[in-house]
Write a protein that binds this ligand. Structure first.
Ligand code: COI
Length: 351
């Protein structure tokens, strides 16, 4: 057990927060976790009141982008306990991202001790209303002040927590993107680094101006194969089978993606993880063989898609109902997290 210093606030903001319908990312809990990497080791782990932090404007993260984050969730179970969903998988992905960005990895002990202590201190912030959770945002950035291009020697590891409801309240209208690129094979697409998100803003902004909600990224080389939908992995139900792009260095390895595919396999639904050409998807859409399209992600959970634009053509996806697989998968996932269904895969880490 790591010794974590605590400086706690005497005036909680919790009474002023509406936990029944929290807006994603708006309010952070009363405290935050901080640790500093210096001389080759993580030091000074502490929990302090949430607030502004002071760093040099020359810090390397701001100039050269060494900044990585995770997105995970804690749930209030029906018996009142708090559980974190698949934190080991999140830590593994965090460390893969950190490694890709030449940043120091985080030990299991530091990660878990920090999360557990944060959740103990701010346990009142875990909402109970249906569809809500406490979004956990571990992140790491290069704090060394230096204008020279170099791999930093100093970093900050922090955890913020924020009550979350629905990320996006309606089914998505997606545009298959064939001009701009999120990332290429060999790039940082599989890492959850800040730059992947910032570089997506411009094409997504253009798509929103055209009346869409998000883009469906295609491969950088030929714009021929589907990659992912920005902050979600994408899945299609075609002829009763789930087809989803196989993982590559250009696609984020979604933990919700894996959970939903596991739920599908548990239900003996055939899952195909493979390359999906835009032409192939278009012929399925034209022939009416796509009965469901949906995104999966920590924030989005399981998010239905209502329309896909390919070139000049708009294809409507049938309206989901309670027999739709993605609706059932959402319910199963939720029931497992709340302790209402058996956790047969050992996904809940109970505090
Ligand atoms: C996720 O869904 O994986 C996130 O962390 C959401 C975030 C990019 C808003």
């Amino acid at each position: 057990m790591i010794e974590i210093a605590r400086k706690l606030t005497s005036s909680s903001r919790l009474p002023s927060i509406d936990l029944t319908n929290p807006e994603f990312g708006k309010d952070c809990s009363d405290h935050m976790f901080c640790a500093t990497y210096r001389n080759g080791e993580w030091t000074n782990p502490e929990i302090v009141p949430f607030g502004d932090i002071t760093f040099s404007p020359a810090m390397l993260a701001l100039h050269y982008g060494q900044s990585v984050f995770e997105g995970m969730k804690a749930f209030r179970m029906q018996d009142g306990r708090i559980s974190i969903f698949r934190p080991h998988s999140h830590l593994e992905r965090f460390n893969r991202s950190l490694d890709r960005m030449c940043m120091p990895t985080i030990s299991e002990e530091l990660f878990f001790d920090a999360l557990i202590e944060m959740l103990k201190v701010d346990q009142g912030w875990v909402p109970t209303a249906p569809g809500t959770s406490l979004y956990l945002r571990p992140f790491c950035f290069a704090s060394e002040p230096r204008l020279k291009i170099k791999i930093a020697d100093q970093y900050q590891f922090m955890i913020l927590m924020s009550p979350a409801g629905k990320y996006f309240g309606k089914p998505y209208r997606l545009k298959v993107e064939t001009k701009y690129t999120r990332t290429a094979e060999g790039g940082t697409g599989y890492a959850k680094c800040a730059g992947n998100y910032g570089s997506s803003f411009y094409p997504v902004k253009k798509a929103i101006e055209e009346g869409f909600d998000q883009v469906l990224w295609t491969d950088a080389k030929e714009h021929r194969y589907i990659d992912e939908a920005g902050m979600m992995n994408i899945m299609f139900m075609v002829d009763g089978k789930i087809i989803t792009p196989s993982l590559s260095t250009a696609i984020l390895e979604g933990i919700t993606r894996d959970s939903v595919l596991t739920i599908a396999r548990d239900q003996e639904i055939v899952v195909e993880e493979r390359r999906i050409a835009v032409d192939e998807l278009e012929s399925y859409l034209r022939e009416g063989r796509v009965t469901e399209a949906f995104g999966t992600g920590t924030a989005a959970v399981v998010a239905p898609v209502q329309m896909i634009r390919i070139g000049e053509n708009d294809y409507n996806i049938p309206t989901p109902n309670e027999t739709s697989f993605h609706n059932k998968a959402y319910v199963i996932l939720n029931d497992i997290r709340k302790g209402l269904a058996p956790d047969i895969h050992g996904w809940n880490f109970i505090i």
